[in-house]
Design a protein around this ligand. Structure first.
Ligand SMILES: O=C(CO)[C@H](O)[C@H](O)COP(=O)(O)O
Length: 238
């Protein structure tokens, strides 16, 4: 799987393979850098950084200082940080994550009363802007903001914990999201997150997902074999 660093819109047409974003939430925090390196060496494209505040979601993970601890690895390997803020009032932390090296910052639609302003603020910091939708949040909430986005994150579990079961209705939601983005002439790519594994990823990619987040299915067990299994499953799209 080619490592993708820049130009989301062009990646969509240039790459036959989807982008695999390894969620370090599922990594061994006692050897975080080494475990993340295993995933990158095996062919993962991005490092997905799940930030949880114990308010927006019922769990606490880590913040910008931990991501900064992976900065040397990201710089050495040319790996983009894909930051997913599952937090209330994300505007307060955009600077910190941009400064820590975020390539993409994704905020939740449900956490942003002034979403357009937040997306502008992310762009002003030189980052790509994504918006995430919880499983129960309608796609129609993106109707106005879609042309301004670089990425839409369709949550395929309820956010807060790794290792949950994929919600089947998400496949159709991804398909409808693709239609909405095309209709709104948006350059945004679709990312999916939660319960993704080699045995379900092909259906999700065929529905229109281009960035696949995987935590448990990458970091549990043999990382190299896990990444290879994703590559083989998604390469079927080529
Ligand atoms: O955002 C998340 C949870 O809110 C995680 O990134 C997501 O659940 C991925 O973990 P897994 O692949 O283990 O399901």
């Amino acid at each position: 799987m080619a490592r993708a660093a820049v130009g989301l819109a062009s990646e969509r047409t240039a790459l036959a393979l989807v982008i695999l974003a390894a969620s370090v939430l599922a990594a061994d925090f006692g050897r975080l850098e080494a475990h993340a390196r295993e995933a990158l060496d095996a062919g993962a494209d991005w490092l997905h950084i799940d930030v949880m505040d114990g308010h927006f979601v019922p769990n606490i993970s880590f913040g910008a200082p931990v991501m900064r601890g992976l900065r040397a690895l990201a710089d050495e390997t040319g790996t983009p940080f894909d930051v997913h803020l599952m937090i209330e009032d994300p505007d307060r932390y955009l600077d910190a994550f941009a400064e820590a090296g975020a390539a993409t910052i994704t905020v939740h639609q449900e956490a942003c009363p002034h979403l357009h302003r937040t997306v502008q603020a992310i762009h002003a910091l030189g980052c790509r802007a994504g918006v995430a939708l919880n499983p129960a949040t309608p796609l129609e909430t993106l109707e106005e903001i879609a042309p301004d986005l670089d990425l839409v994150l369709v949550m395929t579990v309820n956010p807060g914990f790794g290792g949950q079961a994929f919600i089947e209705g998400s496949v159709d939601k991804v398909r409808r999201c693709r239609h909405l983005l095309d209709r709104r002439r948006s350059r945004a790519v679709i990312e999916v997150d939660g319960g993704i594994a080699p045995d379900n990823v092909r259906r999700i990619v065929e529905a229109g997902a281009e960035v696949v987040v995987a935590g448990s299915a990458v970091f549990r067990g043999d990382v190299a074999a896990n990444v290879t299994a994703f590559r083989q499953a998604t390469a079927l799209r080529a």
